[in-house]
Ligand binder design. Structure first.
Ligand SMILES: Nc1nc2c(c(=O)[nH]1)N[C@H]1C(S)=C(S)[C@@H](COP(=O)(O)O)O[C@H]1N2
Ligand SMILES: [Mo]
Length: 305
């Protein structure tokens, strides 16, 4: 049996710089029990989460308290207070459409797949960003199990629809085209960077981050990363999505992070890293161009934004 992920990643991994300073000061001053506790924590410290460009992960509390999840309203700072009614168990995911072995997976079967930790940049189309240490498995591992047919050219994702537990699916926001849906081209879905996240910071995913399973496509705007996945279908043609149906001028299907293509609502040249003061330039493909630019060679990125 797999140990709980909390056993794999000790809490000490995400002590802040200030906590580290406090811990080492306490040790130097020999502050009794408090010091030995701090010492034990710092012993476990093998290094903070950092992305491959040297950026430190966004603190956990910010990742938990600043969310886009329209099923729970539009106020990013209140989402985490509204998720309490969401029933995360039992949970099943249907995988079907153009494949030889369509299947319904119980959550436990998916959580039993081997996972990896990946520290990815997360860039919302609204021009804020974070660095998130995800835990998850490549989506490809799941798709391979159902044996996609040659005719499958796209993958469509659907999120939970449960208005009794999701206040944003009632009232005014209830008029949006629920359930939340997204899509990828099959080669994007099979790419090694594309993850199904099961956790972050070594803990199971919090409801507000998309528990129990959430899509992560780090070179695309955050809206591609559908939360609360309940269904995945292999399909022949480019699917409509929640956001393209809501506002096709502001949300494209491809959604590759691109500082040179802005939409009527947002300029994309730069971004605000949550927790930082100065804006930073936005990187093509969110810094993953080397791995993914080849998927789009010959495409007009202004047209297919
Ligand atoms: N089901 C669902 N998934 C969703 C959304 C949503 O409203 N509903 N918002 C998306 C957007 S716009 C972003 S930026 C990310 C935010 O993820 P986070 O709150 O974990 O940072 O989730 C994406 N996935
Ligand atoms: Mo977003």
């Amino acid at each position: 049996m797999k140990p709980p992920s909390s056993a794999i990643t000790p809490e000490g991994l995400y002590l802040t710089r200030r906590e580290l300073l406090l811990a080492s000061t306490a040790m130097v001053l020999g502050l009794g029990a408090a010091a030995s506790h701090a010492h034990q924590r710092s012993q476990k410290l093998v290094g903070p989460y950092v992305d491959e460009l040297g950026s430190r992960a966004t603190p956990l509390r910010r990742i938990l308290r600043y969310n886009n999840y329209y099923e729970f309203g539009q106020d990013k700072e209140k989402v985490y207070k509204k998720v309490g009614k969401l029933q995360l168990s039992p949970w099943i995911v249907r995988v079907g459409g153009l494949c030889h072995k369509p299947r319904t997976f119980a959550l436990d079967e998916l959580l039993a797949l081997p996972t990896e930790e990946r520290v990815y940049r997360h860039r919302c189309v609204e021009a804020w960003s974070m660095v998130i240490p995800w835990e998850g498995f490549p989506l490809r591992r799941l798709l391979e199990q159902v044996e996609p047919m040659g005719s499958a050219r796209f993958v469509r994702f659907r999120a939970l629809q449960r208005p009794k537990e999701m206040p944003g699916q009632r009232g005014l926001l209830g008029k949006l085209p629920w359930p939340y849906t997204e899509g990828l081209r099959i080669d994007e879905a099979m790419h090694d960077l594309t993850l199904i996240a099961t956790g972050l910071y070594g803990k199971p995913l919090a409801a507000q981050n998309g528990a129990p399973l959430r899509l992560v496509v780090p070179w695309k705007y955050g809206y591609k990363g559908l939360k609360a996945i309940v269904r995945i279908d292999l399909v022949e043609s480019l699917p409509t999505t929640f956001w393209t149906r809501t506002s096709s001028r502001n949300y494209g299907f491809y959604a590759n992070v691109n500082p040179d293509v802005s939409t009527p609502r947002w300029a994309q040249k730069s971004e605000r890293r949550v927790g930082e003061f100065r804006r930073r330039p936005t990187l093509p493909y969110n810094g993953y161009a080397e791995q993914v630019a080849g998927l789009y060679s010959g495409m007009d990125l202004k047209r297919w934004f």
